[in-house]
Structures are given as C-alpha cells and as structure tokens.
Design a protein around this ligand. Structure first.
Ligand code: SF4
Length: 240
C-alpha cells in the first residue's frame, strides 16, 4: 500500500512531477513505449514469471488463490500438500467436514471465512459447472470468495487467456512506476490493459507482481538492486 510517508518521498529525494499515465483518450504512444521498456527490463531480470502458488490443475489453483488472501504464497504452499491430498475433487470440498477443513487451512489465517468460501465455491462448481472450474470471468466471479484478481490468476495460468492480475504488489508498483495513478484495482487493471498488448498481459502483470514482492517492497524498496532504477521517477526512490 502506498503510505502518506511514501507519497511524500524520502528525505533528500528530488521531487518529481507525476503526470497521469492514462488520459481520457487512453495512453500516449510514449507511455506505451515506456511500459514496453519496463517490461523488457523485467523480462531480463525475471525470465521465469510463473504463479508461485503450487498447483497441478485449475481446482488446486482456485483453492490456493482463495487461501492466499491476507497470506503469503509461501505459507499457502506449506498447507496445500496435505489439503490437496485430502480433497481431490470439487465434490470433496463441497461435502467436507467443516471443522476438519478449517483445521487444515488454519495457518493461512481467516480460516473460518476461507473454509466457508471454499465449501460454497465447491458447491457452486458441483451444482452449476459439473464440478469443473469454469474458464470465464463472469462465471468465475460468480463463485464465493472469487474476485477479479483470483479469476485473472486462473484465466491466465490455467486457461491461457490474456489476464492482468492486480494484487497489492501490482497496485503499488504500477503507481510508483506511473503506469497507473489510482488505488482502485479495476482501474489499474484497465490502465495496464491499455498500456500492454494483450499477448503480454499475463506475463507482464506477473512480472510486476514479482517485482513488487521481491524488489519494490512496500516499506523499504530495494532500489539499489532494481533493474528499473533509471526508468523510475518515484519521489521516494532511494538514492544510489
Ligand atoms: S527504483 Fe525503487 S521505487 Fe523505483 S521501481 Fe525500483 S525498487 Fe521500486
């Protein structure tokens, strides 16, 4: 999250004017070229841009993504081997013993609401989608606990559809890099969709996500190691 302090910038940092990246008529060619340069740099530094939640099929990724709310992927990956061994099909989650499910997912936090969402989601999969994870945004977001972020994760990683994932890291990085100037995830998704060609949406947003997770950290960004240092004019950027 961008804090008031981070917006103000660090002591000594040169204030930089921050023009809006996307005007009412859409992004300028220069904004698109700059975004392409950013993504090229990230591609060089992060050639592998895969979803870090362990999974073997769309159902497992759906469950893992629900569990990842307010939790690290690392913690989710510690829990899912046992969970996926116990429940293999949507029917298994739909008929689960809630207490047992809660105890298996407890380390991911908010385990009661997550168990409720997982069971309701699985019941909808069984009742409306023959137990399969649907491959459409509208169908996915009709499921309990599934918002646009989760749906885009599934569509991009499992169904090969161009999908821009906006999580807390993408939100922060997109704003710092002037790819967006809003805290609203849907508006950021739309801004990135306009700046990035569709065939690069999935990998591009995943690279922004990984950049935020490992380099452009919320409180202490690792600017000294950042491959985007020259392209970044965020006022809070640490001097090299
Ligand atoms: S230079 Fe610093 S603030 Fe800018 S993108 Fe890199 S890590 Fe983030």
């Amino acid at each position: 999250m961008t804090t008031t302090a981070s917006r103000r910038g660090r002591k000594g940092a040169r204030p930089v004017r921050r023009p809006a990246p996307v005007g009412s008529g859409g992004p300028t060619p220069e904004a698109k070229r700059r975004t392409a340069r950013i993504l090229r740099q990230l591609e060089e530094s992060t050639p592998e841009a895969r979803v870090e939640l362990s999974h073997r099929n769309p159902l497992e990724l759906l469950i893992a993504t629900i569990l990842s709310a307010q939790c690290t992927d690392q913690r989710v990956n510690q829990v899912t081997p046992q969970l996926f061994a116990r429940y293999r099909r949507a029917e298994d989650y739909a008929q689960a013993d809630r207490t047992e499910l809660e105890s298996l997912i407890r380390p991911t936090g908010f385990f009661k609401s997550k168990a409720r969402n997982i069971m309701a989601c699985a019941q909808a999969l069984v009742g409306r989608f023959q137990g399969k994870v649907p491959a459409g945004m509208e169908e996915l977001t009709s499921l309990s606990g599934v918002g646009r972020k989760t749906a885009n994760v599934i569509l991009g990683a499992c169904f090969g559809q161009p999908a821009v994932v906006v999580d807390t890291h993408v939100k922060r990085v997109a704003n710092r890099l002037r790819l967006a100037s809003t805290e609203d995830p849907e508006k950021i998704e739309s801004a990135l969709q306009q700046l990035i060609p569709p065939h690069r949406w999935t990998q591009g947003s995943q690279r922004l996500l990984l950049h935020g997770r490992y380099v452009c950290l919320a409180r202490a960004p690792r600017c000294e190691h950042c491959p985007l240092y020259r392209l970044c004019d965020w006022p809070g950027k640490a001097p090299r």
